[in-house]
Design a protein around this ligand. Structure first.
Ligand code: ADP
Length: 155
């Protein structure tokens, strides 16, 4: 059976932290599905189309990476895709506490699903999409924080 992992997130915008987790996960799985979760309660800064376009731009040429979006529960999406792994990145103890709650609830609802955590590389430990959005809102240059070639202007 293929080892399929889903990396769910908002990617609003995608950062070098996300990119690093996805690339480092590649040797662990046969297929990594990078999936933008459409959250009806959270209004995104960048449109879904723009976020999908960036993911295609960055990972389109990678044979093991698939890009998509979904709404509803992540575990239902995993079931539909035949994925037995959810991939998440850990930066801080706060991330751990947050992820522990979600991961353990997911485990109760879908016992065959494993959440796999990769530790963030130290250089991206303070990097988050929300800080990147703040910098953009205030006219700063975010090129060093987002993947090579990503243009976040005029959102
Ligand atoms: P969510 O809206 O679900 O928090 P994000 O797009 O912010 O989605 O993050 C998706 C995943 O990427 C989460 O597991 C998060 O911990 C991880 N992540 C975010 N920023 C970084 C980073 N700088 N380094 C490593 N992992 C990160």
């Amino acid at each position: 059976m293929d080892r399929i992992a889903v990396f769910p997130g908002s990617f609003d915008p995608i950062t070098r932290g996300h990119e690093s987790i996805i690339r480092r996960a590649l040797p662990l799985f046969d297929k990594v599905i990078v999936a933008i979760g459409e959250n009806t309660e959270k209004r995104s800064f960048f449109t879904l189309e723009r976020r999908l376009e960036w993911l295609h731009q960055i990972f389109g040429a990678e044979p093991g990476i698939f890009i998509t979006c979904y709404s509803g529960l992540t575990i239902d999406f995993c079931r539909r895709e035949g994925a037995r792994f959810i991939l998440r990145g850990l930066r801080t103890a706060a991330d751990f506490e947050f992820e522990r709650g979600i991961g353990q609830m997911n485990k109760l609802m879908f016992p065959d699903l494993e959440t796999v955590f990769l530790l963030c590389v130290p250089e991206y430990a303070s990097l988050s999409s929300s800080i990147v959005r703040d910098i953009i809102r205030n006219g700063g240059d975010v090129r060093q924080f987002v993947p090579e070639g990503i243009e976040t202007g005029s959102h």
